[in-house]
Write a protein that binds this ligand. Structure first.
Ligand code: AMP
Length: 417
């Protein structure tokens, strides 16, 4: 593309109509699934106070340390383009007193998110997520329902090669003892760890499980695993989530090394991966975040949710949705203004009746209009002739018959049933 003066910024992309159709199908399928299960749409601003993410997502995460698009507004406030959706939704939950509503408050969202990551296939600086949150319940049923909705979405869309990985981080309090044990293991193996992991032994030891460094991976193979250390209510909660998924026939694999890139998770975490994708194989994931709302100044409120990447799902589907085609192209034989006006009026009537209809906007002669109609996939062409006469042409068979434009809808629908 050398020589082009303007291009979409690094890590961003244009969604052209063919891709937009696939994305539309993903979004509409998700919206229908969410609505049927009572998850109501919410949308929050594209940017928030920087502190919301620092506190919510966590100071030691990659997102906050390296990936946020942060800027100062003209009033000197530090703002950040949202890198994720859960902290803003929890902010909205507290701000609008949603704890007064019937609990749990079940919400769904979709929209653009921003992370300053190194771009590669499936990883962008502006990407789009769809997601759900169930706020105000500790019940393992909510975890199982959330996971079930994701599984339903994947099944309904027909995403191939998807696998669900499941883990648990335990509650924040119970995790402390484990983290001490893990830090001791990391220190004992410090020589094998990558520089980045070594520097974050205290700040974020769990992320060592996520490292793609070979030495670190070898050291982590013998590390103590949190799922194997769960006790009391944490163990029971996880057991219950698993039993519910088993009962619902949702397949999963327990992954003792599963961690997520955001600090707010507690207890259940999960990740849906797709074997059709390369390095960025996760199409979505989430978990429970029982401490987040309290951390943002609300009352202690348990919650669970997930987000999926629309681009990743589209990549996994690898399809190009065929254009919808046009029901009728209204062509004019001759260029009089009155005939063009009639074409517009009739196209309007067809559209009101639920058919797709287009007129020529290119100043073509009749022959050119028929060619154009064929190119855009019109099934029929209505040709307006002299003195109010009209013909309806079936583009597939080439057959043409006179029609009465005063009775157009009936002519079109009846003639073909
Ligand atoms: P997260 O919010 O990090 O839990 O990510 C949830 C999902 O969002 C991932 O599984 C991806 O599908 C998608 N995602 C996250 N970051 C990116 C990115 N930089 N580019 C594209 N998709 C992303």
């Amino acid at each position: 593309m050398a020589g082009l003066k303007y291009q979409a910024p690094r890590g961003t992309f244009d969604v052209l109509p063919a891709a937009a159709r696939t994305r539309g199908r993903i979004e509409e399928t998700a919206a229908a699934i969410f609505a049927r299960a009572g998850y109501e749409p919410i949308s929050t601003p594209s940017f928030e106070d920087t502190e919301l993410f620092e506190r919510g997502v966590g100071h030691s995460t990659d997102i906050v340390r390296k990936e946020m698009f942060t800027f100062e507004d003209k009033g000197g406030r530090s703002l950040t383009l949202r890198p994720e959706g859960t902290a803003p939704i929890c902010r909205a939950y507290v701000e609008h007193g949603m704890q007064q509503l019937a609990q749990p408050v079940k919400l769904s969202y979709r929209g653009p998110f921003f992370r300053h990551e190194r771009p590669q296939a499936g990883r962008y600086r502006q990407f789009h997520q769809i997601g759900v949150e169930a706020i105000g319940t500790e019940s393992p049923l909510a975890d199982a329902e959330a996971i079930g909705l994701f599984a339903e979405l994947v099944a309904e869309l027909g995403v191939p090669g998807v696998e669900l990985r499941l883990g648990s981080l335990g509650s924040l309090a119970a995790r402390q003892a484990y983290l001490d044990e893990l830090k001791a293991h990391l220190r004992a193996n410090e020589g094998d760890l990558s520089k980045e992991v070594r520097e974050r032994i205290d700040a974020n030891p769990l992320r060592a499980f996520d490292s793609d460094d070979e030495g670190t991976q070898a050291a982590m193979a013998s590390a103590p695993k949190l799922v194997e250390r769960l006790e009391g209510e944490d163990a029971e909660h996880f057991e219950e989530v698993r039993a519910l998924l088993d009962a619902a026939g949702v397949e999963y694999a327990i992954d003792p090394t599963l961690v997520r890139g955001l600090d707010y998770y507690t207890r259940t975490i999960f990740s849906f991966v797709c074997d059709r994708l390369g390095a960025q194989s996760e199409i979505g994931g989430g978990g429970r975040y029982d401490g987040l709302i309290e951390q943002l100044g609300g009352r202690p409120t348990p919650a669970v949710g997930w987000a999926a990447g629309i681009e990743r799902i589209a990549l996994a589907l690898e399809e190009e949705e065929a254009p919808a085609g046009r029901d009728v192209f209204v062509a004019t034989a001759g260029e009089e203004r009155s005939r063009q006006a009639l074409a517009m009026v009739l196209a309007g009537e067809l559209r009101k009746a639920g058919l797709s209809a287009e007129v020529d906007l290119g100043g073509r002669g009749l022959k050119g209009q028929l060619k154009h109609a064929d190119r855009i996939g019109a099934r029929r062409v209505l040709i307006l002739e002299e003195a109010g006469a009209a013909q309806l042409r079936d583009m597939k068979s080439g057959e043409q018959r006179p029609v009465d434009t005063d009775n157009l809808i009936a002519e079109i629908t009846e003639g073909e049933s």
